[in-house]
Write a protein that binds this ligand. Structure first.
Ligand SMILES: [Mg+2]
Length: 421
């Protein structure tokens, strides 16, 4: 039996327990494998994503601007008819501003925003932008896409989830993520416990290894001590996730993965260098614990390879890095064909809110989504305010991204470098 098939059966057998822990669906494995071909994945990715039936007239884009306010960066789009939409970028805007202003925004001016799905391919071709394909291109495209979607949602009176075909959940369970590697195992376990107490989370994620470190740990023996200590400190009812941030070669990743299996962890994220697809697949094949990855992946075709070849068990496109909600939804649709959940990665700005919307309309998202402390400061901007209850966030229901008052949000915002030459 080929490894991929064995892996499938392994993951889907006893699906009750597995789906509770990971969100992996209980489907007939053989039937699923039969329909998993490159052509089927292409077809899933090519299907229309948006439902814009409510918008009958063209929405011609008049301007798109990068704005700064305090230490945040926003993109504002306006139509010729006076409609407005905004996005909040991740922290990369100050140095990607030139790509945004010179290579991305000019393409969109005077275009009909309703054709957004096809614009994503045309802007990739525009001025040979494809030669720059990577986070530096797709982040600026994402900021524009997210602002246009906000504008379209306001025009239609629909939330992002409704624009993407319909909302299937309004509450999104989360794990609280620790971003630390400078802590001793004891300090980290106590920190995780405090995070749980402060946030009501029922799940956590901590870091293992040394981050892109060729097997070196951040301090000697930290990972091996932390994994069992975290379980002992947090108890059996907290769901544990671990992220290696590309730390290991396959033998070391498998060793660490087995330790995570021993404590019943939910998944093991980015065990090997993120662009080493073959090594990542070797680890996925060897372990029982689901392997997650894809936060730096900007290529739809490489996601297709990972899905078709079961390189990972959970895909994690970043809603900024991968170019926005539409492109990430295409990945999720391919993943769904393989029974693979899409648990998106978050990289700042409104990333957390975009994740909530993505989760609102994507059927298979995995058991827990990421929450990093600090998002609370945006809470009151949304309709309804971002709200935590029993370890879950509520998804905003207002039009577009759900901002109550765009005028308030943009008050005192200043335009940044509009030189497009
Ligand atoms: Mg990660």
């Amino acid at each position: 039996m080929p490894t991929s098939r064995r892996r499938f059966l392994q993951l889907t057998a006893g699906a009750g327990a597995m789906s509770l822990a990971t969100g992996l669906p209980s489907v007939d494995a053989a039937e699923q494998e039969d329909r998993l071909t490159a052509e089927a994945l292409n077809e899933a990715a090519a299907a229309p994503v948006l439902n814009l039936d409510a918008i009958k007239s063209p929405v011609i884009i008049e301007s798109i601007e990068l704005l700064s306010k305090d230490r945040e960066f926003l993109v504002r789009v306006r139509s010729k008819d006076g409609a407005v939409g905004v996005s909040l970028t991740n922290g990369r805007a100050p140095y990607l501003a030139a790509i945004l202003n010179k290579l991305v925004i000019p393409y969109f001016i005077s275009k009909d925003a309703r054709r957004l799905e096809s614009h994503l391919f045309e802007v990739y071709r525009y001025r040979s932008n494809y030669k720059l394909q990577g986070l530096a291109l797709w982040c600026p495209v994402a900021w524009v896409e997210l602002a246009i979607l906000d504008m379209l949602g306001r025009i239609a009176g629909q939330s992002y989830g409704e624009l993407f075909g319909g909302v299937c959940r309004r509450e999104v369970p989360y794990y609280i993520a620790s971003g630390r590697r400078d802590s001793t195992p004891r300090e980290e376990a106590d920190y995780l416990l405090r995070l749980i107490e402060q946030t009501g989370a029922k799940a956590v994620k901590f870091r293992v290894g040394g981050r892109m470190s060729r097997n070196a740990d951040s301090m000697p023996g930290r990972t091996e001590t932390l994994i069992p200590l975290a379980r002992k400190t947090l108890g059996d009812r907290i769901a544990i996730h671990a992220d290696a941030n590309s730390s290991y070669d396959p033998p070391k990743a498998i060793e660490v993965g087995r330790m995570l299996e021993d404590i019943g962890a939910v998944y093991f994220e980015e065990p090997c260098p993120f662009d080493h697809l073959e090594d990542t697949k070797r680890v996925t094949d060897a372990l029982k614990i689901p392997v997650a990855g894809g936060e730096q992946e900007y290529s739809q075709r490489r996601f297709r390879w990972m899905i078709l070849n079961r390189g990972v068990d959970i895909v994690q496109p970043d809603l900024h890095y991968h170019g926005g909600l539409i492109r990430s939804t295409r990945v999720a649709r391919m993943a769904q064909l393989a029974g693979i959940p899409t648990t998106v990665h978050i990289s700042g700005g409104f990333g957390f809110v975009y994740m909530l919307h993505f989760a609102s309309y994507t059927p298979q998202i995995g058991a827990y989504q990421e929450y990093k402390k600090g998002i609370e400061k945006y809470g009151d901007w949304f309709d309804p305010p971002l709200n935590v209850k029993d370890g879950a966030f509520t998804v905003p229901t207002g039009p577009g991204v759900g901002i109550v008052n765009v005028g308030d949000l943009l008050k005192d915002a200043k335009q940044m470098g509009s030189d497009r030459r």
